[in-house]
Ligand binder design. Structure first.
Ligand SMILES: Nc1ncnc2c1ncn2[C@@H]1O[C@H](COP(=O)(O)OP(=O)(O)O)[C@@H](O)[C@H]1O
Ligand SMILES: [Mg+2]
Length: 313
């Protein structure tokens, strides 16, 4: 079945120089309407630089980006109204409460009266800051509460596209879940999401499609499933010492099997769907398994196979 997607954001050959240094090198991407698109890359890859250009907060050295055919440029208020940016740093007033902050930023977008009040209450609920804790000045908030308020501010004007720059750095697991839930709710209401992170688990659990950014270049861009299929599953198992004599049978039937230095330990790189065959073989030959571990594909392995280094170094 072929699926047609409507592109909301088109990025063509964006390069950004900081002096001689190329922070972004000819980036081209298409973001589909209403998807959660992940931008995954290690620190310094260029994620914030790209988001700031896409949000119209800075200019590329060359190249273009269009939101529904409208070229993204700084100081375009019409564009600003359609984009919500959650910056990496906190961008709210510490001497205001969560509600006061949201009301203030809503007014900046020309919102007022009941429409604004309703919107602010809706957001406070979505980000989980509608209890009494949220009535204190935001400078007294925990890291997680501050992150949630930062997210809420980007939502107050109901943007069509939400761009988040590492929104879970320094938060407790509970706040992280809350942020994930809020993003899912916003996305389910039709908002397109660009989610940048250096945590591969976050990209895996949240995103439909993912671009991997490294040294200012997109080194892969695909669905999670297709990216994961770039690497394979490793099956590691050990057999009981009484069955060591049967290792010849294993080696015979599984030519790719590697024996580990520790006697009785084996590992095999295979596609995931051949795992049952291997287990069947062990069972049929009545070989006693004392340990079995599947090392499944993940984005860390994909990154390692593409770059030769770890995502987190
Ligand atoms: N204003 C600047 N001047 C010089 N170098 C910069 C500037 N901003 C970012 N960089 C460099 O550009 C690269 C990408 O930075 P950034 O976009 O912040 O990466 P990320 O968000 O992925 O961690 C880094 O090497 C960073 O040091
Ligand atoms: Mg950054």
């Amino acid at each position: 079945m072929t699926q047609t997607h409507s592109v909301i954001l088109k990025i063509e050959n964006i390069t950004k120089l900081h002096g001689q240094f190329k922070a972004l090198n000819t980036i081209s991407l298409e973001i589909n309407r209403a998807e959660i698109f992940g931008l995954l890359g290690p620190n310094g890859a260029g994620k914030s630089t790209l988001l700031s250009i896409l949000a119209g907060a800075s200019k590329p050295s060359s190249g273009f980006a269009w939101l529904d055919g409208m070229e993204i440029q700084p100081n375009n208020l019409k564009l600003r109204a359609r984009i919500g940016l959650v910056p990496q740093d906190f961008a709210f007033y510490e001497d205001l409460t969560a509600k006061e902050n949201l009301l203030f930023f809503g007014q900046l977008f020309g919102m007022q009266g009941q429409v604004l009040t309703n919107k602010v209450n809706e957001i406070l609920e979505i980000i989980g800051l509608d209890d009494e804790k949220a009535h204190q000045y935001s400078k007294y908030f925990s890291g997680g509460m501050k992150r949630r308020l930062n997210l809420g501010i980007a939502l107050v004007h109901s943007p069509d596209i939400l761009m988040l720059d590492e929104p879970t750095v320094g938060v407790d697991p509970q706040s992280r879940n809350r942020i994930f839930e809020a993003i899912k709710i916003i996305n389910a209401m039709g908002t397109t999401v660009i989610y940048t992170t250096h945590y591969m688990e976050e990209a895996e659990s949240l995103c439909n499609r993912i671009a991997i950014l490294n040294h200012g270049e997109i080194i892969a861009c695909d669905t999670l499933q297709n990216l994961l299929s770039l690497t394979q599953t490793t099956i590691n198992f050990s057999i009981h010492e009484n069955d060591q004599t049967k290792s010849g049978i294993l080696q015979n039937k599984l030519p790719e099997l590697k024996s580990e230095p520790l006697q009785g330990s084996y590992s095999l790189t295979s596609h995931k769907n051949s795992t049952p065959d291997i287990i069947n073989l062990l069972v049929n030959e009545k070989i006693q398994i004392i340990n079995l571990h599947l090392d499944s594909p993940n984005l860390e392995k994909v990154f390692l196979s593409l770059t030769g280094r770890h995502l987190r170094d």
